[in-house]
Design a protein around this ligand. Structure first.
Ligand SMILES: C[S@@+](CC[C@H](N)C(=O)[O-])C[C@H]1O[C@@H](n2cnc3c(N)ncnc32)[C@H](O)[C@@H]1O
Length: 171
């Protein structure tokens, strides 16, 4: 389901960047929801390969792609698991817009530190869903242990898009 946000909320965003850790193949919803205000979509997951995830077709046309060998960089965690970042530029037929997708292959915390925080990139949107403490989830607790860093990276008025649910104790 694609949600629509009020224009007054979207209109205040200027950093034009979204970061989605532990995103897997779930790239369409954030792109569709924020394509009007975001040009750079950063995704981070262990499972990325150089094969693009966004379909090259009638809606988006792939115009450029490159990949970056990041090499060994130190991070506050002491390790740097991000070895490659895949960059793709797409042209949107409908309104001639351009979006760039950056997929970091490796640990999402490293991607956040190396590619967002260390470069001083401000985020309009921090997008995070479908992650969990186990069963393939990262156990990173982005919006608990890392909330301060997330808030620092967000521009004023930037959005955190997530969901949180708890089971009722009686269930
Ligand atoms: C349950 S899937 C959810 C994917 C996506 N968020 C969704 O809603 O469809 C969890 C994803 O987190 C990734 N993951 C787990 N730990 C990670 C970590 N430390 N760094 C990056 N990705 C991680 C897994 O590879 C997997 O693709």
């Amino acid at each position: 389901m694609i949600f629509e946000l009020p224009v007054e909320i979207l209109g205040s965003l200027t950093a034009r960047t979204l970061f989605y850790p532990c995103s897997g193949n779930d790239i369409y919803t954030p792109i569709e929801a924020f394509k009007s205000v975001v040009t750079d979509f950063w995704f981070a997951d262990f499972n990325y390969t150089k094969e693009p995830l966004l379909k090259d077709g009638s809606t988006y046309q792939l115009s450029e792609r490159a990949w970056e060998d990041v090499g060994t960089l130190r991070t506050p965690r002491g390790s740097a698991s991000i070895r490659k970042v895949f960059h793709e530029t797409y042209h949107r037929h409908l309104d001639s817009g351009t979006i760039r997708i950056h997929r970091c292959n490796g640990h999402a915390l490293d991607a956040f530190e190396q590619h967002i925080r260390a470069r001083g990139i401000q985020l309009s949107v921090f997008f995070h869903r479908g992650d969990s403490p186990g069963e393939g989830g990262s156990g990173i607790y982005w919006l608990d242990r890392h909330l301060e860093s997330v808030l620092e990276a967000l521009e004023d008025g930037g959005l955190i898009v997530s969901y949180h649910f708890t089971l009722h104790p009686s269930l």
